[in-house]
Ligand binder design. Structure first.
Ligand code: ASP
Length: 444
């Protein structure tokens, strides 16, 4: 059977004509890149606008009865510049009349189109341009991606439609970010949702690989704002990725991982501006480990409060933890983790959850649970050292703790997930950067 690659290109990869050219070259370099998912044009530089943001702005202007002409002009100018520049280089592009599409969209917005429809036009227009540039078919995402009447993705019908429709087309461009509801109206995913479209098309088309092209060469082993030039991660499992992204490392839309993970399709994060870089390959959880004994990455988050509770014979008291957790629940507080000893248990709670509820919670714990002692540790940070090689090799934890000890970082808390692919340490906020540096340097 032929190999199929689904390639999604993010907003910065399609921000101007020059970026479109890079994308064209990448696609033409490998005929297996059959189905292409574009985002809307992103920022060309840090002070630039994202087209999707501008489209939402048009929508709010209309709702408030303010003219959106000026905002729409910025959008139109951007698309016209892209197509004009491309036609200078590629003759066949001069037959594409982008103004015709822009006029129709402006009309629709004027006549009160929904915010979802308006926002989706960024991807739609990029899809039209890219399909013309590549000489690929254009298939509207509203014919492939379906939501139910509650606004949830209708995964089964979507998968069936993708398989059916794509089996008869050689190659196609399908805009990201949106689909249609049961009445045929356009409905978008949450922001960044083109990643999800790409994953759904990859699964529906039974692709061998889902490429996600962006402006970085994959994931790095640590945050480059903390570690200078961190090493890239060559391969990572879905579970490791979940641990790292949960701890603050972000590149992909969270929901986008599920469709391809289920189908066992690997994701390759690649860099449009440096296409020869290997990028990061996200693979199934059972994939063999190449780098036994090493770690995959380090990530962390600041600003937690730890409530450390001690009570003699806690381990024999029926319902102790239930009482404790019901106090959090009744105060509407979500906790992060709950490391425990024999007579001790700690509640790790993000500060953003606590607001001004801490005093009430402490009062209630004292009253209902009657601990022998209760200590509050404010301004704590959590650092996760993640690696699937960890469970099979000895000495990883020792190395983490030795590195922290040697560098004078006081470890206030230790937690290892039952999956044994991470070791989480709690340190003071002030020690956060130093701790990450120490662990990184111990392994590399
Ligand atoms: N353009 C949309 C956004 O900015 C979707 C995407 O880029 O994935 O959120």
């Amino acid at each position: 059977m032929e190999n199929i690659i689904v390639a999604k290109f993010g907003g910065s990869s399609l921000a101007d004509a020059h970026q479109f050219e890079k994308v064209k070259n990448i696609i033409e370099n490998n005929i297996q890149r059959k189905y292409i998912i574009p985002s809307a044009p992103g920022k060309r530089h840090s002070k630039d606008y994202k087209i999707t943001d501008l489209l939402y702005l048009c929508s709010t202007h209309v709702q408030q009865g303010i003219s959106f002409d000026d905002v729409f002009k910025i959008i139109s100018d951007r698309y016209k510049e892209i197509t004009t520049e491309l036609s200078k280089k590629y003759e066949h592009m001069s037959s594409l009349d982008i103004t015709k599409y822009l006029v129709k969209i402006k009309d629709d917005i004027e006549n009160g189109s929904s915010p979802d429809y308006t926002a989706s036009r960024g991807e739609y227009l990029n899809g039209i341009i890219l399909a013309n540039l590549l000489n690929y078919s254009f298939i509207d995402a509203s014919e492939l991606i379906f939501f139910d009447k509650y606004g949830r993705l209708n995964a089964e019908y979507t998968q069936k439609s993708i398989l059916e429709k794509l089996s008869s087309v050689k190659n196609a461009v399908i805009p990201g970010f949106y689909g249609s509801d049961p009445s045929g109206n356009i409905k978008t995913f949450s922001r960044g949702g083109s990643d999800i479209t790409g994953a759904l098309i990859a699964r529906g088309a039974n692709a061998n690989l889902y490429e996600n092209w962006t402006d970085v060469s994959g994931f790095l082993m640590a945050d480059p704002r903390i570690i200078k030039d961190p090493m890239p991660i060559e391969s990572i499992t879905y579970r490791e990725l979940r641990e790292l992204s949960y701890m603050g490392a972000t590149v992909l839309h969270e929901d986008s991982v599920f469709p391809v993970r289920e189908a066992g399709i690997p994701i390759n994060i690649k860099n449009t501006n440096s296409p020869n870089d290997q990028g990061t390959l996200i693979v199934g959880d059972t994939n063999p480990i190449h780098k036994d004994g090493n770690i995959t990455g380090i990530a962390g988050k600041k600003d937690f409060t730890v409530i450390a509770i001690e009570k003699n014979l806690m381990n024999t008291e029926l319902g102790f933890c239930r009482k404790l957790l019901s106090i959090l629940e009744s105060n509407n507080v979500v906790f992060e983790s709950m490391p425990a000893g024999i007579d001790t248990v700690s509640l790790v709670i993000p500060d953003s959850q606590l607001d001004d509820k801490l005093d009430t919670i402490i009062d209630e714990i004292n009253r209902q649970c009657k601990p022998d002692s209760l200590e509050i540790l404010p301004s704590m940070a959590l650092i996760a050292t993640v690696g699937r090689g960890m469970s099979k090799s000895k000495g990883i934890a020792a190395k983490v703790f030795e590195a922290l000890g040697k560098n004078n970082v006081n470890i206030r808390m230790i937690n290892q997930g039952s999956s044994e692919i991470n070791i989480i340490v709690g340190v003071e906020n002030n020690d956060f950067e130093k701790a990450i540096n120490s662990i990184y340097n111990a392994f590399l």
